[in-house]
Design a protein. Structure first.
Length: 717
C-alpha cells in the first residue's frame, strides 16, 4: 500500500493525468461507465477520483467506500485480484447491499491498480445488461493492461514528488458523442425535431436538460427557459421524483431504454421514453397511450415503476433500516415477516434454518399451522441415488447448495417437485438461499395465491433482500448465542432462593432491562451469619455483557468471603480485590449487618443508591448514609458505617438504580416517589409488596436498566 496525501487537488495536482487513460480504457473495452478510485492516506478508504458515463448523483453512495466494504472494488483492491460480476442476479447474490440500491441489469469488473507491493487504488468498468455473462478475453487483457499502465503512471508521479491525490469530489469526463456535426447540420437536426409531433428532450451526463423542443415544453406545460439547464424532476413538481429517478438510473446503469407514465395536471397522461448512450440521454414525450402504429421504436421491455413497486422499495428500505437494529433471531424474523409480504405483494412467507440435518421453521406468515408442521423438521437430503444424496425439496436445495429457484405457476412446481406441490395451496413460489460469509445460514420462501412471473429485475431484488436477511440472521445468531451463555451465567451466579431466617420476612426481585440484552451486573444476597445475625448486600456492576456478569459473580463471592466483619471492612476488602483485578468496570455496592436480637442494622455503601426505611407506623424515609467511592477505583478508600434501628414491622428496602432511574427524570425526585409508594402500600406479604414496587418501573418507557430489589422486615415478637 502507499502513503499518499489526503488533501483536495489544486489545478494541475495530477488527477487530470488520469483522464486520457480512463477514456481509452472505456473505448477499448466498450464499457459504458468507468471509474478510477484512489486510496487515501490512512489506506482504509477508497475515493472516487475520475468518472465517466454516469452522473455524480447516481454514484454518490459509492464516492467514498471503506476498504472492507462489501462491494467489488473494495474486494479487488484489498485482495489484489480481478472481480467480475456477470449480471444482475450474480450481483444480488454476492453483493446484496449494492444490488438493492442499483437493482438494474448490468455487468461490472473491478481491478486493482498496483505496482510491485504498492496498491494505489482500483479501476471499475460497467457494461449494459446485454453484455454476455462472461468477460471476453480481449476485455480482460485490456483491463489488465490499462490497470498496469495506471499503476505505472501513479508510481512515476509519486517518484517525482508529485503524487496523484484523491480529492473530495471526483473529476467527471465529458460524454463522448457518437458523431459531430457542423452548424448547418445541427440547425437542420433542430428543425427536424421541431417538426415532430412528439416532444424531444436531451439530458447531458449530469442529468440536466441540455436540449428541448417546443412540443416537449407544451406537452409538460412549462416554458423552455424554465426547463433548460434544470433536472426534469426539479423543474416539473408533478413528476414523481422517485419514479423518474428510478427510470433514469435504470437507463443509465443498464444501458437499455426504459419508460414510465406520469399524470400532468389536470388530466393529461404522458409517456416518457428514455434512450441512453455514452453522451447522455434522450427522452421522447408522447400523450399516453402512444399513437397506434408509431414508427418510433419502443423501448426495450423493462419493469415499469408503478406505485406498487415504489411502495415495495419503501418497505425494503424500512426493512434494511430495521434489520440494522434487530437484536436476536426472533427480532429479525418478526421484522422480515412484517415488511416482506407487503414489499412484494405476496401472500406467504417461511424462514428456514438448518438444524441437525433438518429444516427448521423459525418464522412464517400466510400459512396454516398444519402446512408448517408438514415441512418443519423435513430432512435436508433424501436417500442416496447413485453417488450423492438428492435434496427432496426446493428449500433444502436452496439451503444446502445455495441455489435460488423460482416457480411461477403450480404446473412448474408440479413438474419439478410433485411432492412439494401437494403441501400447500399456493400458486407461485420463490426459494432464496440465505448466504452469509460464503455459507448458507437458512432459506427464505415467498409464495403467492395466484400465478406470478418472476422477471429478472424482481429476482435480483429478491436475491438482494435474501442477502440482507442472511447477514442479519448471522449477526442475530451470534447475539443469541452470547446472550444465552451470559444469561445462564448470570442465573447461576444469582441466589436460587433466599435462606429462611427465623423472625425475618424477605422478598427479592430481579428484572432485566427492556433494552435488547436482558443481562447485566445487578446482584443481591442474604447471608446467614449466626442464629440472630444476618448480612444483606446489593450491588450493580457497570455494563450489560459477559464481563459485567462475570464480575458480578466475583463481587458476590468476595462479599460472602468477607461477611461477618464490620460493614466498612467488608467493602474495603472487596474494593482492594477489585482494584488489584483491574477489570475496567466499576461497581456500586451496599452491605448491611442485621442484629435481630437488638433490632439494629449497620450499613456501609460504595456509591450505591440510598436504602429506604418504612417504620411500623408507615412513615417512610430515605436513609442518608456516608458515601464511599465505587468499588475498583481507589484501593485506599474508606467506607464509613451508619447504624439504624430496625424494629419489628419495619421494612428495609435495598434496590439498584434501575428502580428509580427514568429518562429525563431527576433521581432524587424518583427516589422520593418510590418512598411514597412504599409508604402507601398495604400488603400482607413481602412478595406482594415487592411486586407493587417494581410494577411501575416495568413500563417500557421507563425501564432502561436492570432492577434488583431486596426487602427485609423483622417479624413482630
Amino acid at each position: 500500500m502507499h502513503n499518499s496525501g489526503d488533501i483536495p487537488p489544486a489545478a494541475g495536482s495530477g488527477l487530470e493525468l488520469l483522464d486520457p487513460y480512463l477514456s481509452q480504457i472505456v473505448l477499448e473495452t466498450g464499457a459504458s461507465i468507468g471509474h478510477v478510485y484512489l486510496l487515501t492516506a490512512n489506506e482504509t478508504e477508497l475515493r472516487l477520483s475520475v468518472m465517466s458515463g454516469i452522473s455524480r448523483e447516481i454514484i454518490a453512495p459509492w464516492a467514498r467506500v471503506g476498504l472492507d466494504h462489501p462491494i467489488p472494488v473494495s474486494d479487488a483492491v484489498r485482495e489484489r485480484r480481478l472481480v467480475w460480476i456477470g449480471g444482475q442476479e450474480e450481483m444480488a447474490l454476492r453483493y446484496p447491499r449494492a444490488a438493492l440500491v442499483l437493482p438494474y441489469p448490468f455487468a461490472v469488473v473491478a481491478a486493482p491498480i498496483a505496482t510491485g507491493t504498492t496498491t494505489w487504488g482500483g479501476l471499475v468498468l460497467l457494461w449494459p445488461g446485454s453484455h454476455p455473462p462472461r468477460l471476453a478475453l480481449r476485455e480482460r487483457d485490456a483491463v489488465q493492461t490499462w490497470s498496469d499502465r495506471l499503476g505505472l503512471l501513479l508510481q512515476q508521479a509519486s517518484d517525482r514528488g508529485h503524487p496523484v491525490l484523491p480529492g473530495p469530489e471526483p473529476r467527471m469526463l465529458p460524454g463522448s458523442s457518437t458523431r459531430t456535426t457542423g452548424a448547418a447540420e445541427a440547425q437542420a437536426a433542430a428543425d427536424f425535431t421541431e417538426r415532430l409531433p412528439d416532444g424531444c428532450c436531451g439530458l447531458n451526463m449530469t442529468g440536466h436538460i441540455a436540449y428541448l423542443t417546443t412540443a416537449a415544453a407544451c406537452l409538460v406545460g412549462a416554458e423552455r427557459s424554465a426547463l433548460l439547464g434544470a433536472r426534469p424532476c426539479d423543474a416539473l413538481p408533478w413528476l414523481d421524483k422517485l419514479v423518474f429517478e428510478d427510470r433514469y438510473r435504470a437507463a443509465v446503469v443498464s444501458g437499455r431504454p426504459t419508460s414510465f407514465t406520469a399524470l400532468c395536471p389536470p388530466d393529461r397522461q404522458l409517456s416518457f421514453h428514455l434512450y441512453p448512450d455514452a453522451s447522455g440521454l434522450s427522452i421522447r414525450i408522447t400523450p399516453a397511450p402512444s399513437p397506434h402504429g408509431s414508427e418510433f421504436p419502443e423501448p426495450h421491455p423493462s419493469a415499469s415503476v408503478t406505485p406498487g413497486r415504489t411502495a415495495g422499495l419503501y418497505h425494503l428500505l424500512h426493512l434494511a433500516a430495521a434489520l440494522t437494529e434487530a437484536v436476536g433471531v426472533q427480532d429479525v424474523v418478526d421484522q422480515a415477516a412484517d415488511q416482506l409480504l407487503d414489499a412484494f405483494n405476496a401472500q406467504g412467507l417461511v424462514l428456514f434454518v438448518a438444524a441437525n440435518d433438518r429444516l427448521r421453521v423459525i418464522g412464517h406468515r400466510g400459512y396454516a399451522a398444519e402446512a408448517i408442521d408438514r415441512v418443519d423438521g423435513a430432512p435436508l437430503s433424501g436417500p442416496p441415488t447413485s453417488s450423492a444424496p438428492v435434496p427432496p425439496t426446493p428449500p433444502a436445495l436452496a439451503l444446502t447448495a445455495g441455489v435460488p429457484s423460482f416457480f411461477g405457476s403450480r404446473d412448474e412446481m408440479r413438474r419439478a417437485y410433485p411432492e412439494t406441490f401437494r403441501l400447500t395451496d399456493k400458486a407461485a413460489w420463490a426459494f432464496l438461499p440465505l448466504i452469509a460469509s460464503g455459507r448458507p445460514v437458512g432459506c427464505w420462501t415467498l409464495s403467492y395465491d395466484r400465478p406470478h412471473p418472476f422477471p429478472p429485475e424482481e429476482r435480483a431484488i429478491l436475491t438482494s433482500t435474501a442477502g440482507l436477511l442472511a447477514q442479519a440472521l448471522d449477526r442475530a445468531g451470534v447475539y443469541d448465542d452470547e446472550h444465552h451463555l451470559v444469561h445462564r451465567l448470570q442465573t447461576a451466579l444469582l441466589p436460587r432462593a433466599l435462606p429462611d431466617i427465623a423472625g425475618l420476612d424477605v422478598a427479592a426481585r430481579y428484572l432485566p432491562s427492556t433494552r435488547g440484552i436482558d443481562i447485566g451486573g445487578d446482584f443481591y444476597d442474604l447471608i446467614r451469619l449466626g442464629p440472630t445475625t444476618v448480612a444483606a448486600t446489593i450491588g450493580d456492576v457497570q455494563g450489560h455483557n459477559a464481563d459485567a456478569a462475570a464480575l458480578m459473580g466475583q463481587v458476590r463471592t468476595a462479599v460472602h468471603a468477607a461477611a461477618g466483619a464490620p460493614p466498612g471492612d467488608v467493602l474495603a476488602r472487596v474494593n482492594r480485590l477489585l482494584t488489584d483485578l483491574d477489570p475496567g468496570l466499576f461497581t456500586s455496592c451496599l452491605y448491611a449487618h442485621l442484629d435481630l436480637t437488638h433490632h439494629r442494622v449497620r450499613m456501609a455503601t460504595a456509591g450505591h443508591p440510598p436504602p429506604l426505611l418504612r417504620h411500623p407506623d408507615g412513615l417512610t424515609e430515605v436513609l442518608s448514609l456516608s458515601p464511599g467511592l465505587l468499588l475498583g477505583i481507589d484501593s485506599t478508600s474508606d467506607y464509613p458505617t451508619t447504624e439504624i434501628q430496625l424494629p419489628p414491622g419495619a421494612v428495609l428496602a435495598l434496590y439498584t438504580d434501575g428502580l428509580v432511574e427514568a429518562p429525563g427524570a431527576d433521581i432524587d425526585e424518583t427516589t422520593a416517589q418510590l418512598a411514597v409508594r412504599l409508604s402507601e402500600a398495604r400488603h400482607h406479604t413481602m412478595d406482594a409488596l415487592a411486586d407493587t414496587l417494581v410494577h411501575h418501573a416495568q413500563q417500557p418507557s421507563r425501564q432502561n436498566d436492570d432492577i434488583a430489589l431486596l426487602l427485609i422486615s423483622p417479624r413482630p415478637d
